[in-house]
Design a protein around this ligand. Structure first.
Ligand SMILES: [Zn+2]
Length: 258
């Protein structure tokens, strides 16, 4: 598997850079002592031609709060989604079974990333991200292109009755004593209800439980995480192609405080 996975329909957008890390780049969890700009995150950003020093990370809490980001902000605590209309401002969030979701408005242009586990999905985090793009930048939902990254799929995600009851029955199936929840389908439905066109919602289709190359909290609950990063390209700059990553490219960083 490649170091970075991309959704073809998002890669086709000239003003957008995006990617989902695999474990060949290492774990994307934050460092000890609040260090957030870890060597792995630096390497991931660089592999997409993005400046690691400008990364802004969502300090996700499984809610539906959205932050507008106008300049590099390090860690934004307490939010599971971020929006920006500034070029060259890469937004990063980590995941390990939860779905990273990228929303892109090519007309404006503007960008949102959201972290959608069952709690965030039930709280409406992708709907909140669409609404933030409308409110902050005048985006029209019908113009948005959406991408769902890797996550635990509907064949693998077993939940109890109390979680299953929070979701539309179309996204839930019975299995044995429990239920299977299709979180990707739940997020698709939420995006469509928010006005995003069905044919503009795309899925990577990789399952974190099934792929050993992806971080899964359920398969390996040791804190290993993958990450999603997305940024608007600087106008007129035709880069953003994958830069070559040299091994040892990244001297151990000392005390990046978050
Ligand atoms: Zn699966």
């Amino acid at each position: 598997m490649a170091d970075v996975l991309q959704i073809a329909e998002l890669s086709a957008q000239p003003a957008l850079v995006h990617g989902f890390s695999t474990l060949s780049l290492g774990s994307m969890r934050g460092g000890r002592d609040g260090r957030w700009l870890t060597p792995e995150r630096r390497r991931f950003a660089r592999s997409l031609g993005l400046d690691p020093e400008r990364l802004t990370v969502a300090g996700a809490v499984h809610g539906a709060a959205v932050a507008r980001v106008d300049e590099p902000a390090g860690v934004v605590r307490g939010v599971d989604a971020m929006v920006t209309d500034r070029p060259d401002l890469p937004l990063l969030l980590t995941f390990a079974d939860c779905y990273p979701v990228v929303l892109f408005d090519p007309r404006r242009p503007a960008l949102a990333v959201a972290h959608a586990g069952w709690r965030g999905t039930a709280a409406g985090v992708v709907r909140a991200a669409v609404e933030a793009l409308e409110r902050e930048y005048g985006s029209r939902p019908a113009d948005l292109v959406a991408g769902l990254g890797p996550g635990v799929c509907g064949r693998c995600y077993t939940v109890g009755a109390e979680v299953a009851a929070r979701f539309d029955s179309a996204c839930v199936r019975r299995r044995g004593d429990g239920y299977l929840l299709d979180l990707a389908a739940a997020n698709r439905r939420q995006l469509e209800a928010a006005g995003v066109a069905r044919e503009r919602i795309h899925e990577l289709g990789a399952c974190t439980m099934e792929s050993l190359e992806l971080a899964s909290h359920r398969r390996r609950p040791d804190g290993t995480r993958g990450a999603c990063v997305a940024a608007l390209r600087c106008p007129g700059v035709a880069t953003g192609r994958r830069a070559r990553v040299e091994p040892g490219d990244d001297p151990t960083d000392g005390g990046d405080q978050g």
